[in-house]
Write a protein that binds this ligand. Structure first.
Ligand code: NAP
Length: 288
């Protein structure tokens, strides 16, 4: 019987540490502040925003939403970001993606101040992840995976970890963070031959491909730790991971659920980046 690796206690533990840091800032009359920029009315963005606002409220982080219409000109969006960069009352900036097609995401990514870039959009922060430098801000989901593994005391030093998926948002940066932990990392993708034999020989498998229930029991062994990053919503609105939870749970040592797994840690990671950005801006520890 496997262990259900739930995200809630992980998020709770991070939350407790954050409360302490926010209290220390409050003693200096500083409230960490996040600007959320939403372009348009995508339902996914609205739900994520709701979760962020609720958590900010609980923790004592100030959150402001700047809503722009779906057809906002790129220049106007850039103006909003530049003004937030210069506003000393804003410590973190978060912009929902994907942006509408008429906006060049690359142009926007380059404008955001790397110090305030709490969702790791800036190429500079991403480059730091690949250089193994700790003074940037790492993408939230890869960091959520690392926090999950740490919380459940799953050793990474020397572990064979297979990451399935090579996107710049999840797979690639996660592989870099795992290397920093001295894991031996294999990255798989749609061109990988005999994927089940690659994953089944690993100690830890991270699935981030975006295909509902794709990895069944033949992708694992009885000692596997399976981390499911996938979020796939079916036609009835039900959420499924990339791992077939029902078929796999009994056959592995540990598995994260699709609901209440990695996704439940990412918001608190984002907010931890707001607090970190605030501390860095105050401490003069600004690395550009
Ligand atoms: P993505 O950009 O679509 O990348 C998917 C990756 O999976 C690609 O590298 C692709 O390979 C690979 N892939 C697709 N089919 C495959 C197959 N049959 N065998 C092996 N590899 C395959 O997706 P993403 O943005 O990384 O997101 C991945 C999943 O994580 C999605 O379900 C997304 O919703 C979810 N997600 C969750 C969170 C969270 O907080 N939990 C955050 C972000 C994303 P190629 O490169 O060869 O095409």
């Amino acid at each position: 019987m496997g262990i259900k690796l739930e995200g809630k206690p992980v998020a709770q533990a991070i939350s407790e540490q954050l409360k302490h840091r926010i209290k220390m800032l409050a003693e200096k009359n500083i409230i960490p502040a996040l600007l959320i920029i939403r372009v348009g009315m995508r339902q996914d963005d609205i739900s994520y925003e709701k979760g962020i606002l609720k958590k900010c409220d609980e923790l004592g982080i100030k959150a402001v939403v700047k809503l722009l219409s779906g057809d906002v000109p790129q220049e106007e969006l850039i103006k909003v970001i530049k003004s937030a960069n210069e506003n000393s009352g804003i410590h973190g900036i978060m912009l929902f993606r994907p942006l509408p097609d008429h906006i060049d995401t690359n142009a926007v990514r380059n404008v955001i101040d790397p110090v305030k870039d709490v969702d790791c959009m800036s190429p500079l922060n991403l480059a730091k992840v690949f250089e193994g430098k700790a003074d940037g801000i790492v993408p939230c989901t890869p960091r959520a995976v690392i926090e999950m593994l740490r919380y459940y005391n799953i050793p990474l030093e020397g572990a064979n970890v297979v990451v399935v998926g090579r996107s710049l948002v999840v797979g690639k940066p996660l592989a870099m963070l795992l290397l920093d932990e001295n894991a031996t990392v294999t990255i798989c993708h749609s061109g990988t031959k005999d994927l089940p034999s690659v994953t089944a020989s690993a100690d830890i498998v991270v699935a981030a491909i975006g295909k509902a229930k794709f990895l069944d029991e033949k992708y694992f062994n009885k000692n596997s730790i399976a981390i499911d990053v996938g979020i796939n919503v079916d036609e009835k609105g039900k959420l499924h991971g990339d791992v077939d939870y029902d078929k796999v749970f009994d056959k592995v040592k540990g598995l994260t659920p699709a609901t209440g797994g990695i996704g439940s840690i990412t918001t608190i990671i984002l907010l931890s980046h707001v607090v970190l950005a605030c501390e860095r801006l105050l401490g003069g520890e600004i690395v550009k």
